[in-house]
Design a protein around this ligand. Structure first.
Ligand SMILES: [Zn+2]
Length: 329
């Protein structure tokens, strides 16, 4: 008799506690809709302080429209196996700023005012401000190539230079190709945007451009390495600070799965897709065999990690972010 009562008591108490724990709609514990974390990330490379600032996400839409020489079924399988959405390939835009102490160098500049990929791009100036980086303090703007999402942030909506004290670096072949209506193929995707944005941003700063060459040390600690194919003079950059290296790979690969697992898969925006794949395999093999960390412009935020060879391709290992200190890479 006593046992039965005790059991009844326990049952009713548990039910009462459960009822109390159920929140009522009008009594949320804290407001919903809080803002996301800031879109910049700092790390050290030797004595240099690096900051990745975002220009925002660039949604490509249906991956089958951008990644070619691969079937839709293979795309779906690779994306699903990597827990990525199969209906929209979203690229980040990771802009690297390196403060060498006596010089500030910024690599690529985002979409600027062009809204080809929607309103989630063009955030660079806001993100620089959030990261406490004054555009006037930037001494050099280094561009991997002359595509819309890399040179688009040179000139502001007011027609003035966003980095008024900077010298600019780009390949001469890219400068000529993308500012010339006669060279861009008629069927190039979104051709008018690419032509207009290259002209609007590159022509006004021509007097301040240094056209780099393969293997040229363009600045102390920054060496240009030609990796053509995505564009005619697409280039990546080896950054060396007292023996600590980081390779900024620009658009050597746009996707950490689709262009790495099978690196000869082609990208619709490549001017010479076969040459692009050759450059990708050659440079990623070099980075993998030397265990050199890389920063990829379009990989998942903030785009820092390593590649290793795997089967016939590569696998990307993102670095662990260090959020409590400005940690060493
Ligand atoms: Zn790009």
């Amino acid at each position: 008799m006593i046992l039965t009562n005790r059991r009844r008591f326990l049952t009713s108490t548990a039910a009462g506690a459960a009822a109390l724990a159920l929140p009522r709609r009008s009594q949320a514990k804290m407001p919903l809709g809080q803002p996301q974390a800031p879109y910049f990330y700092r790390f050290k490379l030797g004595s240099a302080e690096c900051t990745v600032v975002s220009d925002g996400q660039l949604p490509l839409g249906n991956p089958a429209n951008s990644f070619v020489k691969i079937t839709k079924e293979e795309i779906d399988t690779e994306l699903r196996d990597n827990f990525l959405p199969t209906n929209n390939a979203v690229l980040e835009q990771n802009i690297l700023v390196v403060n060498f102490g006596d010089r500030v160098v910024l690599f690529d500049t985002g979409m600027g005012t062009d809204a080809l990929f929607g309103d989630s791009t063009g955030k660079m100036l806001k993100t620089l401000q959030a990261a406490n980086i004054d555009p006037k303090s930037v001494d050099a703007v280094v561009m991997s190539h002359a595509h819309i999402d890399h040179c688009g942030g040179l000139i502001g909506a007011d027609g003035k230079r966003n980095f008024p004290n900077a010298q600019y670096f780009i390949g001469e072949a890219d400068f000529n190709y993308w500012t010339d209506d006669g060279t861009i193929p008629a069927n190039y995707p979104a051709r008018p945007h690419f032509l207009a944005q290259a002209r609007n941003n590159l022509l006004p700063v021509k007097d301040s451009i240094h056209f780099y060459k393969d293997n040229e040390q363009i600045l102390p600690g920054v060496t240009a390495l030609s990796a053509p194919g995505h564009t005619v003079s697409h280039t990546i950059f080896m950054i060396d600070v007292g023996g600590k290296q980081l390779c900024y790979i620009g658009d050597l690969a746009h996707h950490p799965v689709l262009l790495l697992e099978h690196p000869r898969t082609q990208f619709a925006y490549d001017t010479d897709a076969a040459q692009s794949a050759e450059s990708r395999v050659r440079m990623l093999t070099m980075l993998a065999s030397n265990r050199i960390p890389l920063l990829a412009y379009h990989f998942a935020w903030p785009g820092i990690g390593h590649v290793a060879t795997h089967n016939d391709g590569f696998v990307y290992f993102p670095a662990n972010p260090q959020m409590e200190t400005v940690g060493e890479l």
